[in-house]
Design a protein around this ligand. Sequence first.
Ligand code: TRP
Length: 332
Amino acid sequence: MKTILSGIQPTGTMHLGNYFGAIQNWVKLQDEYQCFFSVVDYHAMTMPYDVKKLRTNTWEMVTNLMATGVKPEYLFIQSLVPEHTELTWILNCYCSYGQLTRMTQFKDKSQQVQEGGKDDFISVGLLGYPVLQAADILIYKADYVPVGKDQEQHLELTRDIAQRFNHQVGKEYFALPEPLFTETSKIRSTADPSKKMSKSAGEKHYISLFADEDTIRRQIKSAVTDSGNTPEGTMAEGVSNLFELIRACGNITEHDQLMEQYHAGQLKYVDLKETTANAIVALTSNFIARKKELDADKRRLKDQIKQSSSEIRKHAQQTLKEVKELVGLLNV
Ligand code: TRP
């Protein structure tokens, strides 16, 4: 069976954009691959963050992932597998400083920090972020990494590091991981469909996956449909976003019926919104119910994740042992 690894930062809330853009795909991939899905808490330290929230956000993300159907045995917390950071150090020495400073995400994020005003501190952790990501991937010798286009450069770097490592130790040790660009739904903000749905844009710009029914209905009701400056003959972004949501929820028949009405010039936006809200509520009510169960027995959830992390850790320990041998470190 081929191996997959992916990671997600513990951001607190999970929204429809996260779910349809990544997590829904993870859940599907579980049937075909051996998967390693990581809540990457060490990565969350690379930008200014709140120390009081990191731990709760990490457990929150674990709970949310399990509630949406990620198998507990495939799920682990990055910091519970310390070999990731140990391998990062080794890989730091196989990665060039210049290449890290040229990474798009580093440039964007360091600019963001500087524009943030009060604190223009750019950590070495932010610079080294992609090396930690490379360690996440290479430590499990992953064949595929499901990522969005924004992570493509990080994956290329991972391959470069692996190649340099192989060359220097004189052995084809690391196989080069491939990105897996699966067709996922790119959900936009319902308040401003020109933006993608994201937490950083503010309250109005995302719909929590675990929001109650009233909140979801209210947010969909107030969704921007046509801002008025859509070119003739094209569908307004806000409208296509609602269609995309219906499709992503799996309500294909309703999607196609409404699309027929749209092409016949008979679509009523109230109907489109009603169908969208119904589809989301039907899907997310299952997640909410599962989350409630998980929250009711936190002890059990924590034990489960500690258990899966320690099982997964065995793979990481094996790789690290081999790597240390190859690079000339002691293995006693
Ligand atoms: N950098 C990724 C993101 O922001 C998260 C991540 C960390 C990741 N480690 C990874 C993704 C390993 C894929 C593989 O989305």
